[in-house]
Design a protein around this ligand. Structure first.
Ligand SMILES: Cc1cc2nc3c(=O)[nH]c(=O)nc-3n(C[C@H](O)[C@H](O)[C@H](O)COP(=O)(O)OP(=O)(O)OC[C@H]3O[C@@H](n4cnc5c(N)ncnc54)[C@H](O)[C@@H]3O)c2cc1C
Length: 272
């Protein structure tokens, strides 16, 4: 019997990275065992999978396990609701970040039956942020996960229905309204659809990157730069205009700022 989830994997395994990212997004604590650095654990994986070395192998707190699960299978095992309760909604929102949850609260207050569909964890990027220090109403700052949980609790108080780990796959007009197809295969009809799918930052793909996002790796200097007040050195990846602008901003907090650019020359304007 394990006390928490254990993920057996390896750095080079993309499905291991996907499963780890999925659990981390859902804020499910887990212990990661890398078979490359802990070769003794290979025996455990072989034993669990009838002599086959399949990764990721994920062991649940009750001792049961799955090998190479899809995100959908993991969501099911985690007991997340998999289907919308109704066939028809006044508003369906694709995405479950701050934009979606704020809109959902306003819509539900106007008695509009609202469904929020989030492909990963509710809270969006805000939920993955270690700490927000610039959100009004929280003079001491607030953890991103806690803020996300508060958004969700407030939405649920107004009977907003939410689905996590379900994607919106297709949106098309129909005679009854707008037909929204979900990754689970279910279809619902909406009076209106809001696309609040946010933006994604380009990643380097470097090993370890996923684990440090929000806790050492950031994408927005004005959001998170102040956390590095007094730091000896910060590194900015990318020597375009954005990289230099962010670097200049960070220079007020850190003693040194190093900008790393893959091309021979920085691509930023000479002014910067
Ligand atoms: C490390 C970090 C630190 C930050 N710090 C701050 C800060 O200090 N202060 C601040 O104000 N802002 C900060 N931000 C920015 C802030 O988090 C974003 O501005 C905010 O989350 C945007 O909200 P959103 O709902 O529009 O989009 P998102 O938060 O990006 O949410 C969009 C959601 O849509 C989901 N989605 C995408 N496609 C689909 C689909 N087809 N079906 C279902 N769901 C889908 C995504 O999984 C995602 O969860 C930070 C961001 C990061 C990454």
């Amino acid at each position: 019997m394990t006390e928490q989830f254990v993920v057996y994997g390896a750095q080079w395994c993309p499905d291991c990275r996907r499963s780890k990212a999925f659990l981390a997004d859902l804020r499910v604590p887990f212990h990661y065992v890398d078979l490359e650095t802990e070769p003794d654990a290979v025996d455990t994986v072989l034993q669990l999978n009838d002599g086959k070395q399949i990764i990721p192998t994920i062991v649940f707190p009750d001792g049961s396990h799955v090998a190479e699960p899809t995100n959908e299978e993991l969501a099911e095992r985690l007991g997340l609701p998999r289907s919308a309760a109704e066939d028809t909604y006044g508003l369906v929102i694709a995405g479950g970040g701050p934009t979606a949850l704020t809109t959902a609260i306003y819509a539900a207050r106007e008695n509009i039956r609202t469904l929020v569909v989030e492909r990963s964890a509710l809270g969006g990027q805000a939920g993955t942020t270690e700490r927000l220090d610039n959100y009004p109403g929280f003079p001491d700052g607030i953890g991103g996960a806690e803020l996300a949980d508060r958004f969700v609790a407030q939405a649920h108080r107004y009977d907003v229905e939410t689905l996590a780990a379900v994607s919106v796959r297709a949106i098309e007009p129909s005679e009854d309204g707008i037909r929204v197809r979900l990754s689970t295969g279910q279809e619902v009809i909406a009076g209106a659809v809001l696309i609040a799918t946010g933006s994604t930052y380009r990643r380097t793909g470097a090993p370890g990157e996923d684990d440090l996002i929000g806790a050492g790796i950031h994408f927005c200097a004005t959001c998170d730069g102040p956390f590095y007040k007094g730091a000896e050195e910060v590194v900015v990846l990318g020597g375009g205009n954005s990289g230099f602008e962010e670097g200049l901003f960070l220079a007020q907090f850190a003693e040194h700022v190093t900008i790393v650019e893959a091309m021979d020359e920085p691509r930023a304007s000479r002014m910067l």
